[in-house]
Design a binder for this molecule. Structure first.
Ligand code: NAD
Length: 257
């Protein structure tokens, strides 16, 4: 088992009750970190909290919508008083939509940007307030390979994930002086409830297995592992990095052949 050196540190995780966020919460707790789970889904928060506490760490859950500016401000303060100074933020909450570009409704376009961009921005801004005071912190945002290039049928999602890359670079530039590192991971196809809800098995077979050099999807623990490394002191000289975690999918133009 890898030791990330996060023992005793407080990590806040948006979308921490499912998929990649849940894996990150469990990885952090296995490493001895105390974990704040921020999510809209109360049932899944409760399930995840039980798993985290079974590992002997402190864990608290906060039901909130990442789009809610006021709630995010309150929760950022609550986590500090409930668990202690927050060292790390992992922003994993996100939603996905699929539609041909010419049929994308403005409301859907805005809905995806609202969660995937505004939510990441608000979490970073609110949790950074105390990090700036302390002169220390690490933030990892979840983008996607759809933040590195286009993807037919995914206009809104692609736009939102490109924005996550821009947001991450801007924050890294501005907050480095406060001792805060900000990086983004860009996962390829990861076997989570979100992916299964958006991609039929036929599509997965044709696009994912065939176009991924490693020939398979990731499991969410493989994505969480990279996030933990970026949060940890092992990445002490990494900031503003946009890191693909995609089984090689974006390495070139050709498929496995
Ligand atoms: P998931 O659906 O399993 O988990 C997402 C979590 O975010 C859920 O618990 C959900 O309740 C929460 N959430 C959604 N909207 C929210 C809101 N408004 N406020 C608070 N919480 C909210 O999905 P996942 O696959 O683990 O995705 C996590 C992140 O990874 C997303 O940002 C997604 O875009 C990104 N991603 C996923 C894949 C993939 O293949 N699964 C690939 C690339 C990027």
């Amino acid at each position: 088992m890898v030791n990330y050196g996060l023992k005793g540190r407080v990590i806040a995780i948006t979308g921490g009750a499912s998929g990649i966020g849940r894996s990150a919460a469990l990885s952090a707790a296995t490493d001895g970190a105390h974990v704040a789970v921020l999510d809209v889904n109360q049932d899944n928060i409760d399930k995840t909290l039980a798993e985290l506490r079974a590992k002997g760490v402190k864990a608290e859950g906060y039901a909130l919508d990442v789009r809610d500016e006021v709630a995010m401000g309150k929760v950022a303060k609550a986590v500090e008083s409930d668990l202690g100074p927050v060292y790390g933020l992992f922003s994993s909450a996100g939603i996905s939509r699929t539609a041909p570009a010419e049929k994308v409704e403005l409301a859907d376009f805005e809905a995806v940007l609202d969660v995937n961009v505004n939510g990441v921005f608000l979490a970073a801004r609110e949790f950074a307030q105390a990090m700036i005071q302390r002169g220390r912190g690490a933030i990892v945002n979840v983008g996607s390979i759809d933040g590195l290039g286009g993807h037919p049928g995914r206009l809104h999602y692609v736009s939102s994930k490109h924005a996550v890359a821009g947001l991450t670079k801007s924050l890294a530039l501005e907050w480095g002086r406060y001792g805060i590192r900000v990086n983004a991971i860009m996962p390829g196809f990861v076997d989570t409830p979100l992916l299964r809800a958006n991609m039929p098995e036929k599509y997965i077979e044709r696009v994912v297995y065939d176009r991924t050099p490693l020939g398979r999807m990731a499991n969410s623990d493989e994505i969480a592992a990279v996030a933990m490394m970026l949060l940890s002191d092992s990445a002490s000289y990494m900031s503003g990095a946009i890191v693909p975690v995609d089984g090689g999918m974006t390495a070139g133009f050709l498929t496995r052949g």
